[in-house]
Design a protein around this ligand. Structure first.
Ligand code: NAP
Length: 261
């Protein structure tokens, strides 16, 4: 059974590792190619865009894909919308595997905003020391708020023209523990954290550190997503879903010896 995993997340990596063990499934992991040196996946993979909805639809047909799991990041809205449309057109079942969003806990001080531009505006007019953890893309919003001093943490270097004027760039790949996050925020005398509401355990430590240090958080909420038929937040039900579609009568299976006349 050919399964396409749309990846670039820890969820996709976990699913790829689990499917690598299953002989009855032939998975392909698809990465956008944003990260310069992604960890080598344990299953066959491809890198780069498909060419919009039409490109993805034709890929699904050409490769005889029988199920798609969209395990992309909750903020990767375009590929998720493309997957919904392409799977409809190619008549391929689609499931979404994502992490639940974070919710504020007692002691958290969050200002929730819908976009990065709104996050930049929410920082206010007075100069503040901002820990920016929203990634290296779409930084231009913060160039509109040059009064602040930024500590920007990203995996790969941002394009120079996107970086706000007063900005220290820290290149680092998680996971980060809470003690380290607190030490970093103290060292840079951070006043406010800006984060996407990505969800998941690994990224949560910066939010926990902000709470421990009594720092406010500007939280960029997720873009609204196209409805997906089946949505999961844990690995086991995704594996069961794949199994169920492999067993479905519409899926072509190699005939067993007993079926040969
Ligand atoms: P996006 O805006 O939703 O997608 C832009 C285009 O990139 C898509 O139209 C598609 O190109 C291509 N693309 C995206 N994900 C792909 C994948 N897994 N395989 C093949 N092509 C893909 O996506 P994004 O926000 O730039 O995110 C890109 C990748 O980084 C995703 O894999 C996502 O899981 C990961 N990521 C994103 C974030 C974030 O905050 N956005 C954070 C961590 C990881 P075509 O139209 O040509 O097919």
């Amino acid at each position: 059974m050919q399964v396409l995993i749309l990846g670039g997340t820890t969820e996709a990596t976990a699913l790829a590792a689990a499917l690598a063990e299953r002989a009855e499934v032939a998975p392909i992991l698809s990465l956008a190619g944003r990260t310069a040196r992604p960890a080598t996946p344990p299953i066959p993979f491809r890198i780069g865009g498909f060419g919009g909805i039409a490109g993805l639809t034709s890929y699904l047909k050409r490769r005889n894909i029988q199920a798609v799991v969209d395990a992309t990041h909750p903020f990767a809205a375009r590929i998720s919308a493309n997957a919904v449309a392409a799977c409809l057109q190619a008549k391929v079942p689609l499931a979404r595997f994502t992490r639940p969003p974070w919710t504020p806990q007692p002691g958290d001080c969050w200002q929730r905003v819908p976009t990065l531009a709104a996050a930049a505006a929410a920082l206010g007019r007075e100069s503040r020391r901002v820990f920016l953890t929203t990634g290296r893309l779409d930084l231009s919003a913060f160039r509109q708020a040059p009064q602040h001093r930024y500590l920007l943490r990203t995996i790969d270097p941002p394009a120079e023209e996107d970086v706000p004027p007063q900005c220290d760039v820290l290149l680092a790949r998680g996971p980060f523990d809470q003690a380290g996050e607190e030490a970093l925020m103290r060292q840079h005398r951070v006043d406010v954290l800006v984060s996407k509401n990505s969800g998941g355990g690994a990224g949560r430590t910066k939010i926990d550190a902000a709470r421990a240090l009594d720092l406010p958080v500007v939280m960029v909420e997720r873009p609204s997503a196209e409805p997906h038929g089946d949505e999961f937040t844990a690995l086991a039900p995704v594996l069961a879903w794949i199994q169920a579609h492999g067993d479905a009568p519409s899926v072509r299976k190699a005939p067993s010896l007993r079926e040969i006349p």
